[in-house]
Design a protein around this ligand. Structure first.
Ligand code: SAM
Length: 303
């Protein structure tokens, strides 16, 4: 899989602008992916230790190889871990506090560009979509076993798909006749469910449903608030937590949590409005177009 193009990191200059002025002994990249942000932090600093974690085995293997060959001996620790376990991971490493952390949520190009993993409506792979291959539930399981009401909710909430009812109905009808196994089976069902005049838009008609299934398969929203809060509590004073999200539900979680933390008086939100990629970046890397970055700074430890 290492022949795939590396995922292009989003809003790198912005990320650097928040952290380069602060004391930074330890930086944690909670969504290492191909190591794009980590590599930029390593290049821009001299002594910072970067701990990079990712749930995806292939991403971890590729990032490890890439970082090793980039020549930062002893400065990068790469682990296959779930960011939901961050406090335990750091405790195991003997790292009590950190100076900055980034969560770059959503999907990696590694997932989208590899048709074998079933993330993309462009391929014909089994509908897997798990970022963590050890987790028990695949997208196929959701498609084949959820009730129509649950499918409708997933497609509407996570996909913001206006034809969620029609698509959920069509899935249930089709699976009662024949299992839906592959990405192209699902695309076929979606195309039939969507009214003809809405099939020719700029974005593929199956895009939103695939996004919804990915979010549900990986349970991407439910523990996000907790994970971010845990990371925040690990920061040193003046430490910063940066979150890049690509979905309005994720951004709502981030915004709500940051507001609550600020109310305690011990945190300052540095982005009253989220930072967005520049037009030039979106032109160069269209996958950045929905990115929103919010940043919070810890002020003291008086809890
Ligand atoms: C948008 S990509 C990050 C790309 C990275 N910033 C880069 O520049 O290469 C998001 C990554 O988060 C990882 N991920 C998703 N859920 C995770 C979790 N619960 N714990 C750790 N990593 C997770 C995915 O496997 C994916 O590689």
């Amino acid at each position: 899989m290492n022949s795939l193009r590396f995922h292009e990191p989003v809003m790198v200059e912005k990320v650097l602008s928040y952290v380069l002025g602060i004391r930074m002994n330890v930086f944690v990249d909670c969504t290492l992916g191909d190591g794009g942000h980590t590599l930029e932090i390593l290049r821009a600093t001299r002594d910072t230790l970067v701990i990079g974690i990712d749930i995806d085995r292939e991403a971890v293997a590729a990032a490890r190889e890439r970082l090793t060959s980039s020549g930062f001996p002893g400065r990068a620790v790469v682990l296959r871990e779930d960011y939901r376990n961050l406090p335990h991971v750091l405790a195991r490493l003997g790292v009590p506090r950190i100076d900055a952390a980034i969560f770059d949520l959503g999907v990696s190009s590694r997932h989208l560009d590899d048709p074998e993993r079933g993330f993309t409506y462009k391929g014909d792979a089994p509908l897997d979509m798990r970022m963590n291959p050890d987790s028990p539930k695949t997208a196929r399981d959701i498609i084949m076993n959820s009730s129509e009401a649950e499918l409708e909710r997933i497609i509407r909430e996570y996909g913001e798909e206006r034809f969620s009812q029609k698509i959920a109905r069509a899935i249930v009808e089709r699976r009662s006749v024949k299992p839906i196994e592959t990405a192209s089976d699902l695309v076929e069902v979606i195309l039939k469910a969507i009214p003809g005049r809405f099939r020719g838009g700029r974005l593929h008609p199956a895009r939103r449903t695939f996004q919804a299934l990915r979010i549900a398969t990986n349970d991407e929203i439910s523990k996000l608030g907790n994970s971010l809060q845990n990371a925040f509590y690990l920061l040193n004073p003046a430490g910063k937590l940066m979150v890049i999200s690509y979905h309005s539900l994720e951004d709502r979680v981030v915004k709500g949590l940051f507001r609550e933390l600020e109310k305690t008086g011990n945190a300052r939100v540095l982005t009253k409005k989220p930072d967005r990629p520049s037009e030039a970046e979106v032109a160069r890397n269209p996958r950045s177009r929905s990115a929103k970055m919010r940043v919070i700074e810890r002020r003291d430890l008086s809890w």
